[in-house]
Design a protein around this ligand. Sequence first.
Ligand code: FAQ
Length: 316
Amino acid sequence: MTQEQKFQAKIDEEIRIEPKDWMPEAYRKTLIRQISQHAHSEIVGMLPEGNWITRAPSLRRKVALLAKVQDEAGHGLYLYSAAETLGAERDDMIEDLHSGKAKYSSIFNYPTLTWADIGAIGWLVDGAAIMNQVPLCRCSYGPYARAMVRVCKEESFHQRQGYEIMLTLAKGTEEQKAMAQDALNRWWWPSLMMFGPNDKDSKHTQQSMDWKIKRFTNDELRQRFVDMTVPQAEYLGLTVPDPDIKWNEEEGHYDFGKINWEEFWNVVKGNGPCNKQRIRARKKAYDDGAWVREAAMAYAEKRRKRSEAEAGIKVA
Ligand code: FAQ
C-alpha cells in the first residue's frame, strides 16, 4: 500500500487526520485554501454589520449585534489558527486577502442599506452558513472539524438574532414590514450564491468529497437551505422574490428559479457593489494596528531578555 492509499484508507474509515500525520500536498493545499478563505469571510463579514452598531434601534439590539460581530472576529482567529496547523503563515494569508489573491465569500460584497438588512443577514446569511458548516464538524481534518463545533453553536445564536429582528419588523407597522420585505428581496439571491457554483461547475467538490472535507455538494446544501427557509418566510408573511418557487410533491423539495451566475462570478472577481470598499477597510485596519503589533513584539522581546537575564543570575 502506498502512503497515499494508506491515507485514503484512514479517511474511508472515518479516522481524523491530525497536523503531524502524513498527508498529500494537494490535501494540505485544499484545506489551506478553504480554511483561509473561510477565515477571511468571517473577518470581512464583520464590516456590513459593523456599519449598524452605532445605529441599532435599542440597547438590547446593540448588545446582541456587538456580541455577534465579536463572535465573527473570534471565528476568523480560530480559523487562521487552524490553517497555521497546516504550515500556512498568518502574514501570508492576510497579504493574500489584501492583494486580492485569496477569495472571501461573495455575500459580504453587498451593502447593508437599512436596519432590516441586519435581520436578513442573521436569518439568511447565518442560516446558509450553518447549513454549510454543520457538516464541516465532521470534516476529515481534526483542527478544522473541532473549530467548527463552537462556531456552529455561535452561528445558531446569530441566526435566531436575525430571525427575531425579521419577526419584529414583519409584525410591525406597514413601513417596517416593507423594510423587511425589501431586505429579503435584496439578500435572497446572494444567499443562494453563497453555496458556490452548481455542482457541474464546481472544480473542487468531487475531490473534497472523496477526502471528506466536504460531506455534501454545493447544490445539495443549497436545496436544503431553500427547503428550510421558504416555510420560515411564509411564517413571517413575507414573499421570497422568486416566482418559480413551488413545492414539488414528487421530489419532496421546493423547486426554485435560475441563479444569476454572471452576477456571482462578477462579484467573486472583485466587481461587486462593495468589493473595493471592503478591502480598503481591511487594509486600513491592518495599517492602523501596526503600532499594536510592534508594541506586542517589543514587549515579548523585553520579557524574553528579562527571563534570560534572571536565568543567568540563577546559574551564576
Ligand atoms: N464566494 O469548486 P468550488 C459566514 C469559489 S462564513 C466567493 O465549489 P469549494 C459567517 C471557490 O473558492 C461564509 N468565492 O469550491 C458569517 C473556488 O475558487 P478557488 C464562508 C466562492 O471550495 C455570517 C471557486 O469558486 N463560508 O458566512 C464562493 O469546493 C454572517 C469554485 O468553487 C465558508 O467559507 C462564494 N460564495 O466550495 C460571517 C465555508 N463559492 O478557491 C459574518 C467553507 C465558491 O479555486 C456574518 N467553505 N467560490 O479560487 C466551503 O464550504 C467551500 O469552500 C465553498 C466553495 C462551498 C464556499
